[in-house]
Ligand binder design. Structure first.
Ligand code: G
Ligand code: MN
Length: 250
């Protein structure tokens, strides 16, 4: 924890950005902010490598505050060009009405429209241990114009009733289904097809996560998928995503 506190002081926690591509218009539709720790000796770390920090009642919220601050600063600079920014929220960021109002106040102070922020949550975040409060926060954020995306859809407590209980604008199909799509006995592809039909029927945007090959991209297009994200289309980078990787892949 001492290292993490020092990391916070030295601004070692940074955001990388990955484009979400509109497959019809062949351009960047929005961008996802991904937390990284530029560790002085261990190199660039993804959140999976420092999950334990989020369990600390002091460091966890401090890192989360840093993410929000960096995300809003980015939006202030780039929202006009890049459209919206998706930020991964944990249950720590969604502790009832008060935390939602804090996010809205920060946006307002920075002069950023709530609609340029998309809050990404997993079902575990919303319906896990701290259930109740995250849903309240999401309702307030959504009512103010913030978009809500269900991340890793299909891997959590994938009970469909959640789609009625919380305001959701976007479903993100978990990358395990995209990975399985052209490999397994057809089960993954059937699930992708079903989530696309479900999302479109409910008038939500559906994003395929973790697209790594042209074969996957082609199949997703055939299935009517309009948005995709993944290494093939653009790796997370500290720079503003350009969508050039899409042109190379096309
Ligand atoms: O849970 P969430 O979808 O927010 O996770 C995002 C993570 O997935 C990031 O750390 C990012 O680096 C990683 N990621 C993004 N695109 C791909 C991809 O195409 N393949 C794999 N394996 N990981 C990816
Ligand atoms: Mn995400």
């Amino acid at each position: 924890m001492r290292e993490a506190r020092q990391g916070l002081r030295r601004s070692e926690f940074v955001l990388y950005f990955q484009p979400i591509i509109d497959l019809r218009l062949e351009k960047v539709a929005s961008v996802e902010a991904l937390l990284r720790w530029n560790h002085p000796t261990r190199g660039l770390l993804a959140p999976g490598m420092f999950e334990c920090l989020f369990e600390d009642s002091e460091v966890g919220p401090a890192v989360q505050r840093r993410v929000l601050k960096l995300a809003i600063a980015w939006l202030r600079k780039h929202a006009a060009v890049a459209g919206s920014l998706a930020v991964n929220f944990t249950s720590m960021d969604l502790r009832g009405a008060e935390s939602a109002r804090l996010v809205l106040a920060l946006l307002e102070r920075a002069g950023v429209a709530p609609a340029s922020l998309c809050v990404e949550v997993t079902e575990g975040t919303v319906f896990g241990r701290a259930s109740g409060e995250p849903a309240t926060a999401l309702r307030i954020l959504h009512a103010a114009g913030v978009r809500v995306a269900l991340d890793d859809f299909g891997t959590g407590y994938a009970s469909l009733v959640h789609l009625k209980e919380i305001p959701v604008d976007v479903l993100k199909i978990d990358r395990s289904f995209i990975d399985g799509m052209l490999k397994d006995d057809g089960a993954s592809e059937e699930i992708v097809r079903a989530v696309l039909a479900l999302g479109h029927g409910l008038k939500k945007d559906v994003i395929a996560e973790g697209v790594e090959t042209i074969a996957q991209l082609t199949r997703l297009r055939e299935l009517g998928c309009a948005y995709a994200q993944g290494y093939l289309l653009g790796r997370p980078s500290p720079k503003l995503p350009t969508g050039d990787a899409l042109k190379r892949a096309a």
